[in-house]
Design a protein around this ligand. Structure first.
Ligand SMILES: NC(=O)c1ccc[n+]([C@@H]2O[C@H](COP(=O)([O-])OP(=O)(O)OC[C@H]3O[C@@H](n4cnc5c(N)ncnc54)[C@H](OP(=O)(O)O)[C@@H]3O)[C@@H](O)[C@H]2O)c1
Length: 273
């Protein structure tokens, strides 16, 4: 078999299943060598064997629990020291369903550890390395739920709102330093995430649930198009642009010397003459 020219190493978290495993498949076929991260080493080994055989790229299995500080530090070190890594797919994540009042503190903390702390620390380690090298790409998996408090997935949605902000903020700071950023915001996608969080996947509306292959192919197409934010389901990208424009239109009045007149507050500090 002729070996494709390596495009550099992609480190994919949550690569044992679902969206991460599909990224691994697509990136191997594009010619990236891979480092696959998740807790289930046996599943990672199966995928690695298959991808090596089918594509000829080098695939390394890196077993790690991203809620474990020592494991997380090992991946940060790898991102910092391995010059061959050019792409981070910051994908591992979990959902937490049910009402906010029914959720217990330990599970909330675990979710934030995985969806926020690990994502932020890995993006930070990758960003420092990529800026030093003058190139690299960081893809963070958010969710449309992060835009929808009305969906009543309070903690999960908040973690995903964080991921969007993180990516947009990083892009402001790093975009000029040769580092490419992308936030991918899937809607409902057929993966194990639903069962893992105690939901019956049979309850999903088939007309509003995307196949994982289509989701990842669209996300990669969005990356190729240079999108900072990719919402694979969104039909009209002008709606996203209008949403951003509405936010920025307010921004000149987000910080003023006095409260707005509707609050009826008497000025303590006089206007400068
Ligand atoms: N599916 C959807 O509808 C949907 C929608 C919007 C956003 N997303 C986001 O997309 C990302 C991928 O989700 P998915 O649907 O592919 O979920 P999934 O099928 O449940 O896969 C989750 C992956 O994360 C890994 N993982 C979970 N906990 C981990 C931990 N503590 N340490 C290391 N790895 C861990 C799992 O592997 P191990 O169990 O082997 O560790 C698995 O590989 C998540 O960030 C999710 O929030 C999904």
């Amino acid at each position: 078999m002729t070996q494709p020219q390596s495009l550099g190493v992609a480190l994919v978290t949550g690569a044992s299943a679902g969206i991460g495993a599909t990224y691994a498949d697509r990136l191997a076929r594009r010619g990236h060598d891979l480092i696959l991260v998740a807790r289930d080493a046996a599943r990672l080994e199966d995928l690695a064997r298959k991808l090596r055989a089918e594509t000829g790229v080098a695939v390394e299995v890196f077993r790690a629990d991203l809620t474990d500080k020592a494991d997380l530090a090992r991946i940060e070190d790898r991102l910092a020291s391995d010059e061959a890594i050019e792409l981070l797919i910051n994908n591992a994540g979990a959902a937490l369903f049910g009402g906010y009042l029914e959720q217990d503190g330990e599970r909330i903390e675990g979710l934030i550890q995985l969806n926020v702390v690990a994502v932020t620390r890995l993006a930070n380690a990758a960003a420092k390395a990529f800026v030093r090298r003058g190139r690299g790409t960081i893809v963070n998996l958010g969710s449309v739920v992060g835009l929808l408090p009305e969906y009543r997935s309070v903690v999960y949605g908040a973690t995903k709102a964080f991921v969007l902000y993180l990516t947009q903020g990083m892009n402001e700071e790093l975009g000029g330093a040769g580092v490419r950023l992308q936030a991918v915001l899937p809607g409902a996608t057929r993966t194990e995430i639903w069962e893992r969080a105690g939901r019956n996947p049979a309850d999903l509306d088939p007309n509003r649930t995307m196949d994982v292959d289509e989701l990842v192919d669209a996300a990669l197409a969005g990356l190729d198009r240079g999108e900072l934010v990719t919402i694979p389901s969104l039909l009209d990208p002008a709606e996203w642009d209008a949403f951003q424009a509405a936010r920025l239109k307010m921004s000149p009045n987000f910080s003023n010397a006095h409260p707005a007149p509707r609050y009826g507050v008497k000025a303590v500090v006089a206007e400068p003459a």
